[in-house]
Write a protein that binds this ligand. Structure first.
Ligand code: AMP
Ligand code: GLY
Length: 428
């Protein structure tokens, strides 16, 4: 089977690594890939948003199955386009991907189906938005409606800060079209949890619960990022909580999408806030999370090709998806300055020759090859995952490797998965 993975980050490196283990795969391609992915797959220089280019590549190379990593091509309709050309592809259609690409769409759907989420209002004009804000209390959350790479959310501790965010998004257009509509949302005080699920539009198979670390600094300080690290299985995701999420969130959303005529197939990602033991939806994503995928896939026992195919062929009910009883921790190493502006082209020292071996997986996120060097090429540069029988071991493996790799300006959080350790069990 010939498989094409679309994207160039740590998530796609993890996908390629996992798919490469399948005895069913004869050839793997990645577009455009990165300096780590090229060790496992043939990288082709087609950008993830070049849908026409990707389609003609898939046709000319007789690709049997395409797996989409990032949200932008999904929101732009890559799945619709591939299906029209009778090419098999894993991911939701453009209409279904609106669960991620429009916060207003997902908030309205949740309201209609009584799915637990924060109270919110959506606005396109500054004046009514400011008037609404005047009647609220801080802290309060302001979100750009469209895709903003995890950076379009301002958790304002004062109303003045929220006012400024509204002016920036609606007036100064700091997020361009993505911020031409905003959502003002009630602040939820709790602990965050990610539950992703495979779904074929009918059957929903949740993955292990994971926790992301969105803020750039230790102790959850500083601005939001695309994600500074993750661990799984998160002890917060108890069996009871997972059952509640399946029952109150995932199943109803998938059923609602099918009912509306836009069935959702692929990975549905629920970003949750757990408040007093109850899950509330903060956001949906229409794809694998990054860096959650970097800890989830090493724990997946079932052949990923079998899972992906069952989703694409709408027979997920016939597959049993199994997991390893182990723990995984991913520490993201970023360029200095991220999530603000940063330098690229900085040489990385200490990269192991074989980046994915045994219980340590050094995923490349933003890297490229320059002569004999591997240099930085993005904000998130590497995701270092350690896997072990418990979180103590997984953490030692991850940080032990992080400390052997360096580049000027490199930053990483030193408190990834501390909550899992504090939860005491070291395991679920
Ligand atoms: P989102 O992209 O909607 O998940 O928001 C990014 C991050 O902002 C989340 O991971 C939370 O840390 C924070 N956040 C978003 N919405 C809320 C909310 N209603 N209450 C508290 N924090 C929030
Ligand atoms: N880890 C958050 C995301 O993938 O959007």
């Amino acid at each position: 089977m010939k498989i094409l993975v679309i994207g160039s980050g740590g998530r796609e490196h993890a996908l390629v690594w996992k798919l490469a283990q399948s005895p069913r795969v004869t050839k793997l391609y990645c577009a455009p890939g990165n300096a780590g992915i090229e060790q496992l797959a043939a990288c082709v220089a087609i950008q993830a948003n070049d849908i026409a280019g990707l389609k003609s590549f898939a046709q000319s190379e007789d690709i049997d199955l395409t797996v989409v990593g990032p949200e932008a091509p999904l929101a732009a309709g890559i799945v619709d386009e591939f299906r029209r050309a009778r090419l098999k592809i894993f991911g939701p259609t453009r209409a279904a991907a609106q669960l991620e690409s429009s916060k207003t769409f997902s908030k309205e759907l949740m309201a209609r189906y009584h799915i637990p989420t924060a109270v919110s209002q959506s606005f396109t004009d500054l004046k009514p938005a400011l008037e609404y804000l005047d009647r609220q209390h801080a802290p309060i959350v302001v979100k750009a409606d469209g895709l903003a790479q995890g950076k379009g959310v301002v958790v304002a501790t004062t109303l003045e800060q929220a006012r400024q965010a509204l002016i920036d998004m609606l007036d100064k257009k700091t997020f361009g079209q993505s911020g031409s509509r905003v959502v003002i949302e009630e602040f939820l005080d709790g602990e965050e949890l990610t539950i992703m699920a495979f779904t074929d539009g009918k059957t929903v198979v949740p993955m292990l619960p994971a926790q992301d670390h969105k803020r750039v600094g230790d102790g959850d300080t500083g601005p939001n990022t695309g994600g500074m690290g993750a661990y799984a299985p998160a002890p917060l995701g108890s069996p009871a909580l997972r059952a509640a999420v399946l029952d109150q969130v995932l199943q109803p959303v998938v059923a609602a999408m099918s009912k509306s005529g836009s069935p959702f197939a692929g990975v549905l990602y629920a970003g949750l806030m757990v408040v007093k033991g109850k899950p509330y939806v903060l956001e949906f994503n229409a794809r694998f999370g990054d860096p959650e995928t970097e800890v989830i896939l090493p724990l997946l026992k079932t052949d990923l090709v079998d899972v992906v195919e069952a989703v694409v062929e709408h027979r997920l009910d016939q597959l049993s998806v199994e997991w390893h009883d182990r723990s995984a921790v991913c520490v993201v190493m970023t360029s200095g300055g991220y999530p603000g502006s940063y330098e690229t082209g900085v040489p990385i020292a200490g990269l192991p020759e074989k980046v994915l071996s045994g219980d340590v997986l050094v995923y490349h996120a933003g890297t490229k090859r320059q002569g004999r060097d591997v240099v930085t090429a993005g904000g998130r540069v590497l995701g270092v995952t350690g896997v072990g029988p418990n979180f103590t071991d997984a953490l030692q493996r991850a940080y032990g490797t992080v400390r052997t790799i360096s580049f000027p300006g490199c930053h990483y959080r030193s408190d990834i998965a501390q909550r899992a350790l504090r939860a005491g069990t070291g395991r679920r």
